[in-house]
Design a protein. Structure first.
Length: 187
């Protein structure tokens, strides 16, 4: 099995490589699918590697995931990602089994990725009691990039927020292309 890393950095180059391997990108950037520009950004940043395995393209991603909880007077609560609203008007409802996921940057430790994600996405500062739970690998066709097989290496953690980190109204992350909403539910 040959693992050649693909370094296409323009939409035209990447579209050509994807279509040569049988991945149709016409529906990308609509519905739940991300755009070709999103994939290029992931490749250039090092969050994603695109490999050619004897003509078949495979996306490899290392992801740190966390279940975030808070124990208050109403009991144990779990943070969930509710939805993403894209600037083009699309709404992507979320039903993840975990609270937060962060693609790892090159050379980054998984616990550092969780800490970075909590600070960037939730705006939470201070001591974060991050506990490692386990690791697993999974391969699937991601709804983010239809037709492109993805291999994930998941690093799973738990984090329990302190009272000063808990916001009962939830958290909002605003990025140039979308806004993500997080809220609490009984665990």
């Amino acid at each position: 099995m040959v693992n050649e890393t693909i370094a296409a950095t323009t939409e035209a180059e990447l579209r050509e490589r994807l279509e040569q391997s049988g991945v149709l990108v016409e529906g990308w950037g609509t519905g739940k699918a991300k755009s070709l520009a999103h994939l290029i950004k992931e490749i250039v940043s090092g969050e994603t590697m695109l490999l050619d395995r004897d003509g078949a393209l495979v996306r490899q991603v290392s992801v740190a995931q966390a279940d975030i909880t808070f124990r208050g007077p109403e009991g144990l609560l779990k943070l969930v990602e509710l939805r993403q609203v894209f600037t083009d008007g699309r709404v992507r409802e979320r039903n993840n089994a975990f609270s937060l996921a962060e693609k790892m940057e090159p050379g980054e430790d998984p616990a550092q990725a969780i800490e970075r994600g909590i600070r960037e996405e939730l705006g939470v500062e201070g001591d974060l009691p991050i506990q490692f739970v386990g690791e697993e690998c999974e391969g699937m066709f991601s709804p983010s990039y239809p037709g492109l097989f993805s291999e994930y290496r998941f690093f799973r953690y738990t984090v329990e927020f302190w009272a000063d980190q808990y916001r009962p109204e939830g958290y909002i992350e605003t990025q140039p292309d979308k806004t993500t909403y997080f809220g609490w539910q009984p665990a």
